[in-house]
Design a protein around this ligand. Structure first.
Ligand SMILES: [Zn+2]
Ligand SMILES: [Zn+2]
Length: 383
């Protein structure tokens, strides 16, 4: 199959600077990153392809070879490793190496489960916890300390998994390589497949005598505290990945990640719609008719709102920038205040008289169907 031109893949010209190449790759890599496109094989291929192109073009020497001889210039025997067997794990590692320093959360926003060492044979388990947040906490951003039940390093053996005085030796099955190669022949030729050694789990070494405390695993159940920083503006279902805070890996292998899933606690007053919040505020007959200055709750405490005379029930007032801050962005949503005229149901004799008087003064006619009233209602309901 003809292979696509590296410059074409990255969408840059042949005279592109190193900076152009880096920029173009970063954009593509983020777009096609497997964590953003779970289960999408096409995106995975695009991610690998872009990474391969980047790996060549960012390297002056490789780029020169490629410019002169094309893909053949990079084949084995040309002094370079070539890219046979450049798999997803390599691509993820390359991306992490050059762009991991920013932190994945910064690149993707909350919602990433990235890690560099995907595909490693042995690694601690990822753990998932749910974190309940109030709208106020979401609005301000918050630091939380979580208690997490997880596998921690075994103190008895120092995490190595071996009983005191006992050592480790090369695995007899794979002779220390951690891998078993098998060769299969077919009509199309010979295939070599490599899989993880079952005896040593890919570690290449086995323990002579297992630690009694942890059974040779090197880890035991424990509880740890983990500090997390929640940025303002997250939503329910968003998650943060705290790298390395999952289960400690067996016998000193790298730890898993802790995935913190955000759950939004229902608020007594506010309803959230994207980054806007909606609140309903009662208004008395006289306030609606005469106008008033009323107290309205916001996420930052009460504020006063001027209601003009003749305000209809259901009217929505807009408080700009009183909503939820935009996640990883500038500015925040608005607060929509919907006033609802409160009809009293426990009138005293005196009050009844007053309403009767009022009704007589106004001719006791039912209110006219004011077209603009229904128009406004429709707008409020979005129908
Ligand atoms: Zn132990
Ligand atoms: Zn082995």
């Amino acid at each position: 199959m003809a292979r696509r031109d590296y410059y074409e893949i990255l969408g840059v010209g042949r005279d592109a600077t190193e900076e152009d190449i880096k920029k173009a790759y970063r954009k593509l890599a983020i777009k096609h990153h497997p964590d953003k496109n779970p289960g999408d094989r096409t995106a995975e291929e695009a991610f690998k392809e872009a990474t391969e192109a980047y790996e060549v073009l960012k390297d002056g020497q490789k780029r020169q070879m490629y410019d002169r001889f094309g893909h053949d210039g990079l084949r084995a025997g040309s002094g370079f490793d070539g890219f046979t067997g450049f798999d997803l794990a390599d691509a993820l590692r390359a991306f992490m190496r050059d762009f991991g320093g920013f932190g994945f959360e910064d690149i993707f926003g909350v919602g990433s489960t990235s890690r560099g060492a995907r595909g490693a044979a042995v690694r601690g388990q990822d753990l998932q916890v749910t974190l309940e947040l109030t709208l106020e906490e979401i609005s301000s951003g918050v630091d939380k300390t979580l208690k997490v039940k997880r596998q921690v390093s075994c103190e008895q053996c120092g995490g190595g998994g071996a009983e005191k005085g006992s050592g480790r030796r090369n695995c007899p099955t794979c002779h220390g390589t951690g891998q078993i190669k098998s060769v299969a022949r077919s009509l199309f030729g010979q295939f070599v497949s490599v899989h993880v050694c079952n005896t040593c789990g890919g570690e290449g070494r086995i323990i002579e005598k297992k630690c009694r405390e942890c059974g040779g695993l090197g880890t035991v159940r424990g509880i740890s505290t983990v500090d997390v920083k929640i940025p303002a503006g997250v939503s329910g279902g968003n998650y943060l990945t705290v790298r390395g805070q999952g289960d400690v890996g067996p016998r000193g292998a790298s730890p898993g990640d802790l995935i913190v899933v955000i759950n939004e606690t229902e608020h007594d007053h506010f309803t959230r719609r994207h980054d806007d919040i909606i609140v309903e505020v009662p208004l008395s007959f006289s306030q609606a008719a005469l106008g008033a200055e009323i107290d309205v709750p916001t996420l930052d405490g009460n504020t006063s709102l001027k209601v003009p005379p003749g305000t209809q029930s259901g009217k929505v007032f807009l408080l700009r920038n009183k909503g939820i801050p935009h996640l990883n962005g500038y500015g925040r949503g608005d607060e929509l205040v919907r006033v609802v005229v409160w009809t009293p149901s426990d009138l005293s004799v005196e009050e009844k008289e007053l309403f009767n008087k009022l009704a007589k003064t106004r001719g006791e006619k039912p209110p006219k169907t004011d077209k603009s009233f229904f128009e406004k209602l429709r707008q409020t309901l979005g129908v």
